[in-house]
Design a binder for this molecule. Structure first.
Ligand code: SAM
Length: 237
């Protein structure tokens, strides 16, 4: 990544109220280079410009950090894809332990290479479908926080994420600010899964007029047996 773009990244992180360590900026720069290089031969992201990687992937992912829901926590990123938001969070907050969960092994193999190259020791890679992982005794209700971006509408996403969260923990969904209807539609399943009614925080992506949204759900009670359901049931509501 060019020095100018590193400055843009640092300024954007500062605008979010963060003070990134120089080593973290270097790691993000290397991650950007590796992403765009691998994207030539593997479908990792629709974004092809380094400046867009910074704004749409890095700064958007980093917007979760000011919520303070991640510091020192066990966090699972459900449907991490090319590592968003989870790998950015792991780089910017070494106190958090981040599990990158996805069903696609090839993307995870590449992420494991990136994690090795960046020398991160706070990342676990986990392959599986979230609705199956949520039934696994080792994984169910194991995490303080589940985060997810661009995976499914909230009624579906809640059922993929909340079973992984401990009672007392949080589920943070990264959404656009035009999601009032899906948030309303998710209310019954969130309650069934043990969650409190969601609260919403809208924010402006630094360097743009794009408004994004973090939907936060506190998990107050354990998820009842029988959830998550099979994928065919989840997607049909
Ligand atoms: N979160 C990333 C981002 O914001 O760029 C990736 C988004 S990509 C559109 C959706 C990812 O979710 C894909 O990598 C896909 O394999 C994964 N995914 C979809 N459904 C899943 C499920 N049920 N369990 C685990 N991963 C899933």
């Amino acid at each position: 990544m060019s020095p100018e773009l590193t400055e843009t990244l640092a300024a954007g992180l500062t605008a979010l109220g963060l003070s990134p360590a120089p080593a973290a900026l270097d790691q993000l720069g290397r991650y950007c280079d590796l992403l765009l290089e691998k994207n030539q031969v593997m479908n990792l992201t629709a974004v092809t410009e380094p400046a867009q990687v910074v704004r749409r992937h890095f700064l958007d992912s980093a917007a979760l950090l000011p919520t303070r829901a991640l510091q020192g926590k066990a966090v699972v990123d459900v449907g991490t894809g090319a590592g968003f938001p989870g790998l950015v969070l792991a780089i910017l907050d070494p106190s958090a332990h981040i599990t990158l969960l996805d069903s696609q092994g090839k993307r995870l193999d590449w992420l494991a290479e990136v994690v090795g190259e960046l020398g991160l020791d706070n990342v676990t890679i986990l392959q599986g479908r979230a609705e199956e992982v949520g039934l696994d005794k080792e994984q169910r209700e194991r995490y303080d926080t589940a985060v997810s971006r661009a995976v499914a509408a909230l009624p579906v996403l809640a059922e993929l994420c909340l079973p992984l969260v401990k009672p007392g923990g949080l589920f943070l969904a990264m959404k656009s600010n035009k999601t009032d209807e899906e948030i309303e539609a998710a209310a019954p399943i969130i309650q069934t899964l043990g969650g409190e009614p969601p609260f919403v925080l809208d924010y402006r992506l630094p360097g743009s007029e794009t408004y994004q949204r973090i939907v936060t759900v506190l998990k107050a009670r354990p998820t009842p047996p029988g959830y998550p359901r099979r994928w065919s049931k989840i997607k049909n509501g």
